[in-house]
Every structure is written in structure tokens, then in C-alpha cells.
Design a protein around this ligand. Structure first.
Ligand code: B1M
Length: 209
């Protein structure tokens, strides 16, 4: 029941309701993962279908995204088990031209919960800014997210730019996002593709093992 209410609150962009339902769900003993998957993300999936069908537009989706993000903030401590020793450093970004950050933020949360130190460059990050962040921070892993078929190609540009800058050797590159596939990963010479956030955390561990 509360999961359905939560999904509807996201779908209708009711941030206050989301912020009330998450603590209520946690107090009632609902699994935090269910609050995320069957509540918050289910609401966004339902809205996404209506967005695709042309029934709702960007403003509605933005308001829903804000409500969803407010919910994930309240869940973060429950989903992220504190780790004291860093498993490695990750730089993460959504690529140039792409404003979608919900998936990236979930990957970030899962990486932190697995013990990685994560530097978040945000969304719409130009190729040169990613290269510069790798040069400055010397991460073990670069993680890139792209949600649009028109922006996923920037993941390839970044792999190439890192090679030109002499920064590719010793760096592991992970990619993901709805249109991204294992084939695409192989084609652009990235090291790992994962379809979801828990998979990304497992992949990061595997890359450094
Ligand atoms: Co946009 N959008 N959007 N949108 N949006 C999609 C992606 C779309 C599929 C909707 C549709 O038409 N069906 C479509 C893309 C079509 C395509 O290219 N194939 C689309 C479009 C077209 C657009 C605009 C162009 C619309 C317009 O303006 N006319 C525009 C582009 C803006 C831009 O980026 N320049 C646009 C805008 C927006 C909003 C700003 C309104 C908003 C984003 C708000 C925000 O993120 N803060 C938005 C949203 C919310 C969506 C949908 C509805 C939901 C995306 C989402 O957050 N899903 C989406 C439709 C849909 O997916 N049903 C849609 C939940 C999230 C948890 O999933 O991000 O896939 P996802 O992340 C998953 C995995 O992919 C994976 O793990 C995550 C968790 O398990 N993953 C990784 C992600 N990154 C990873 C990295 C990894 C590993 C795994 O390793 C590093």
C-alpha cells in the first residue's frame, strides 16, 4: 500500500508526500530497497511510459525527478552501509549534452556503499572536463552515464581523448545508462558495462580485483 502511494507521489511530483512516506515506510519496517525499487523507481517508470506516449511533458518529469531525488536522499543512509577503508577512487559523470542524473546518482550511492571514494562531476560534463578531472584526481575508475542515444557517443569520445592525453593506461572505464549495451562497451574500448546500479558496484570491485 505504502509502496503504491509512494509510486503515485513520485508520478504526480508530490515531493512533500514522498518526504513523509519514506520515514513512515522505514518506521513500519518496509525494506529500504523496496521503497526505492517498488516505490520511487516504479513511479518514475510509470511516468516515463506516459512521457514516451506524449501524455506528459518535460516539466512534469522534472518535478517528478525532484520528488524522486528527495526520496533517495532520505534513503541514502539506509542503503549505504558505512565503509571506513576506501576500495578505490572513482570519478563519475553524466556525459556532455545529457541532463539525466537519477541513474548516475544511484550508481554513485551503490559505489559509496561498497566502499569507493566517489568524485561526482555532475551532468552535461564536456569531454575535456572529464579528461581534466582524470588528470587531476588520478582515479582508479572513470564511470560514465548516458541516457540518450544522441549522447552515448560522447563515452567513445572520452575514451579516445583519454588515450590522446596519455591517461588511458592504468585507468579502468565503466559505462552505463539505458541505451548503452555490452556490444557498445566492447566497440568503444571501455572496460565494463553494467545494466544497473548494483551491477555497477560489483563491476567496480571486479575491475580492481
Ligand atoms: Co528524458 N528521456 N529527456 N528526461 N527521460 C528518457 C531517457 C527517454 C527514454 C524517454 C522516452 O522518450 N521514452 C528519452 C530518450 C530517448 C533516447 O535517446 N533513446 C528521453 C528524452 C528524449 C529526453 C529529452 C530529449 C526530452 C525533450 O526535451 N524533448 C530531454 C533531454 C534533456 C537532456 O538530457 N539534454 C529529456 C529530459 C528529461 C528530464 C530533464 C525532464 C528528466 C531528467 C531529470 C533528471 O535526471 N534529473 C528526464 C527523465 C526523468 C527521463 C525518464 C522518464 C526517466 C529516466 C530515469 O531517471 N530513469 C526516461 C524514460 C525512462 O527511462 N523510462 C527519459 C530511472 C533511472 C534509475 O534509470 O537512468 O536508466 P536509468 O539508470 C539505471 C541504469 O540505466 C543504470 O543504472 C541505473 C539504476 O539501475 N545506469 C548505469 C545508469 N548509469 C549507469 C552507469 C553505469 C552503470 C549503470 O556505470 C558507470
Amino acid at each position: 500500500m505504502i509502496l503504491e502511494e509512494l509510486a503515485i507521489a513520485v508520478e504526480t511530483g508530490d515531493m512533500k508526500k514522498v518526504q513523509a512516506l519514506i520515514p513512515q515506510g522505514l518506521a513500519d519496517g518496509v525494506d529500504p530497497q523496496d521503497l526505492l525499487d517498488k516505490g520511487l523507481l516504479a513511479g518514475m517508470a510509470a511516468l516515463g511510459a506516459r512521457f514516451k506516449a506524449g501524455e506528459v511533458f518535460v516539466p512534469e518529469v522534472l518535478i517528478a525527478a525532484r520528488a524522486l531525488n528527495a526520496g533517495t536522499v532520505l534513503l541514502k543512509d539506509k542503503l549505504v552501509a558505512g565503509q571506513s577503508v576506501s576500495k578505490g577512487k572513482v570519478v563519475i559523470a553524466t556525459v556532455s549534452g545529457d541532463l539525466h542524473d537519477i541513474g548516475k546518482n544511484l550508481v554513485l550511492m551503490m559505489l559509496e556503499s561498497t566502499g569507493f571514494e566517489v568524485i561526482d562531476l555532475g551532468v552535461d560534463v564536456p569531454v575535456e572536463a572529464v579528461v581534466e578531472a582524470v588528470r587531476e584526481n588520478k582515479p582508479d575508475i572513470l564511470a560514465m552515464s548516458a541516457l540518450l542515444t544522441t549522447t552515448m557517443a560522447f563515452q567513445k569520445d572520452i575514451v579516445e581523448a583519454l588515450k590522446v592525453a596519455g591517461l588511458r593506461d592504468g585507468l579502468k572505464i565503466m559505462i552505463g545508462g539505458a541505451p548503452v549495451t555490452q556490444d557498445f562497451c566492447d566497440n568503444i574500448g571501455a572496460d565494463s558495462y553494467s545494466p544497473d546500479a548494483p551491477g555497477a558496484a560489483d563491476a567496480a570491485l571486479a575491475l580492481l580485483s
